[in-house]
Design a protein around this ligand. Structure first.
Ligand SMILES: C[S@@+](CC[C@H](N)C(=O)[O-])C[C@H]1O[C@@H](n2cnc3c(N)ncnc32)[C@H](O)[C@@H]1O
Length: 235
């Protein structure tokens, strides 16, 4: 897969990082026998949909490990946050999810792999976004396969420092979705910075990464109470 990394990202993992990817795959497969972690279990599919896709969204940061703090909201089995932590060892990555069992599994996986720059946290994005130790503390927030775009924005923007970026990992992306997201962002203190359209290298799946910038502090009322962003999306 070395050529695939180079051809698509202009970057390739070191031999040590490739070994860590192998170990991650083995541990996720093992965890999957006890916990419902992921449906993506075949080696090529795991490479494309979990490893490659996770890192494609942070392509711009792969050459220079300059981020201080990142958060992966609704990390599930650890994507995109764990691949990010493995390739950016100077970045402190928070893996956030509301499912306690999954976060207990990720905590033991990180210990077993010796990963020191990632921490699994159990919580709802709506609640964590109101806690002073997390609010406006992050340079980057990633969010993949969690909710509609305006909901993702309401989860992510409060956690970002002013000047921080959110990466929304999406499949298809339409002009209507962009319009709804813009309206939500006006209330949250952010804007759409760019939209990157691409296909995955093995199965040509359609993907869009929507990059948001946080331009001013998010009003204290956001995120709203648990469940409200999803039931009454902004916009
Ligand atoms: C479909 S999984 C996606 C997991 C991973 N991001 C990926 O792409 O493989 C969605 C995850 O988001 C979590 N989640 C959904 N809403 C959340 C919220 N408000 N706060 C924290 N986690 C949430 C769920 O518990 C679940 O683990």
């Amino acid at each position: 897969m070395t050529d695939q990394w180079q051809n698509t990202l202009g970057w390739e993992p070191s031999a040590a990082q490739q070994q860590q990817f192998q170990q991650l795959y083995a541990l996720i497969l093992e965890g999957n026998t006890r916990l419902n972690l992921t449906r993506i279990t075949q080696p090529e599919e795991f490479w494309e949909k979990h490893l490659w896709d996770s890192l494609r969204g942070i392509k711009g940061w792969l050459q220079a490990d300059t981020l201080a703090k990142a958060i992966d909201i609704g990390t599930g089995a650890g994507f995109p946050g764990i691949p990010m932590a493995l390739v950016l060892p100077q970045t402190q990555v928070t893996l956030l999810d509301s499912i306690r069992k999954r976060m207990a599994f990720l905590t033991s996986l990180l210990r077993e792999m010796g990963v020191k720059n990632a921490t699994a946290v159990v919580g709802r994005a709506e609640a964590v976004g109101q806690l002073p130790q997390y609010r406006e503390k992050y340079d980057v927030a990633m969010i993949r396969a969690v909710a509609a775009a305006p909901v993702c924005a309401e989860y992510a923007l409060p956690l970002l420092k002013v000047g921080g970026k959110a990466v929304l990992y999406r499949g298809h992306w339409t002009a209507e979705e962009a319009e709804g997201l813009e309206l939500a962002l006006q209330q949250l203190g952010g804007a759409i910075e760019s939209v990157d359209a691409f296909t995955t290298p093995l199965t040509q799946g359609v993907r869009h990464c929507v990059y948001l910038s946080k331009d001013k502090p998010t009003p204290a009322e956001f995120p709203r109470a648990v469940g409200v962003p999803a039931s009454q999306p902004l916009g």
